[in-house]
Write a protein that binds this ligand. Structure first.
Ligand code: 13P
Length: 258
């Protein structure tokens, strides 16, 4: 069964509410004439305070072509966890997906593989879909431990998840050295690592699961890079940072994945 492509925009810490509403509207305007059935799954991930505004813009449009994600969550359901948002809260805000384990969260906020695993479980238990990020640093790549590191991140992130849960999850391979640097990972190499991730999932579960899970590439994805990336056997889409902040470049990436 063919996997439906996914193009997700991670807005990171950008866009006030009005800017988020405007960008959401511009993206939908740019996709207006596209056939919904032919579009990839299009996801936008605004920051917490702009989720409401983006969700309202999506609902007002009612075209159902774009879905909402959060950039993070906490795994507990409620309680004294100052500054955190539960999965239920994010679902209530309109989110259907949650990005977890982004390298920026790991680097600046101490997110560990164990936390990523707990978050994945909480997300799936609430009927949402985790977008689980993994990726190696330049030092790890140069030391030749990329595959070992990524396989370890994925194995730990998926611990104790059922094969049905894994089959509907999304993984994003984002080499840290390619994020925000303009240095896109060569598509053949990105595909090799992503195939390795798929093989890791196969080893942990089975072929049905590994052939179902969508695995995206992220790291300086641009309108000029998407076609080659999408032509590869195992790359199912992209997690886009900088180029998702302008409707024009994000729409070009979406159209490049059709
Ligand atoms: P850039 O596309 O800006 O490199 O960011 C990638 C990313 O981190 C998406 O999560």
């Amino acid at each position: 069964m063919a996997r439906r492509p996914v193009i997700a925009g991670n807005w990171k810490m950008h866009n006030l509410q009005q800017e988020a509403a405007n960008l959401t509207n511009e993206i939908m305007q740019a996709l207006k004439t596209e056939d919904k059935e032919k579009l990839p799954e299009v996801i936008i991930a605004p920051t917490f305070t702009s989720l409401y505004a983006a969700n309202k813009a999506l609902k007002d449009c009612g075209c159902g072509k774009v879905r909402l994600a959060a950039q993070n969550c906490f795994y507990e359901t409620k309680g004294a966890f100052t500054g955190e948002c539960s999965v239920e809260m994010l679902k209530d805000a309109g989110c259907e997906y949650i990005i977890i384990g982004h390298s920026e969260r790991r680097q600046y906020f101490g997110e560990t593989d164990e936390m990523v695993n707990k978050k994945a479980k909480a997300i799936l238990a609430n009927g949402l879909i985790p977008i689980i990020c993994c990726g190696e640093s330049l030092e790890q790549r140069e030391a030749g431990v990329t595959d070992y590191h990524i396989a370890s991140q994925i194995t730990k992130a998926l611990r104790d998840l059922s094969k049905e849960e894994v089959a509907k999850s999304i993984i994003a391979y984002e080499p840290i050295w390619a994020i925000g640097t303009g240095k896109t990972c060569d598509a053949t190499e990105a595909n090799r690592v992503i195939a390795m991730i798929r093989n890791t999932v196969k080893g942990l579960y089975d072929t049905t699961t590994s052939e179902s899970i969508r695995i995206l590439y992220g790291g300086s994805v641009k309108p000029e890079t998407i076609k080659e990336q999408m032509s590869k056997s195992d790359i199912d889409g992209a997690l886009v940072g900088g180029a998702s902040l302008k409707a024009d470049s994000f729409a070009q990436i979406i159209k490049g994945a059709m």
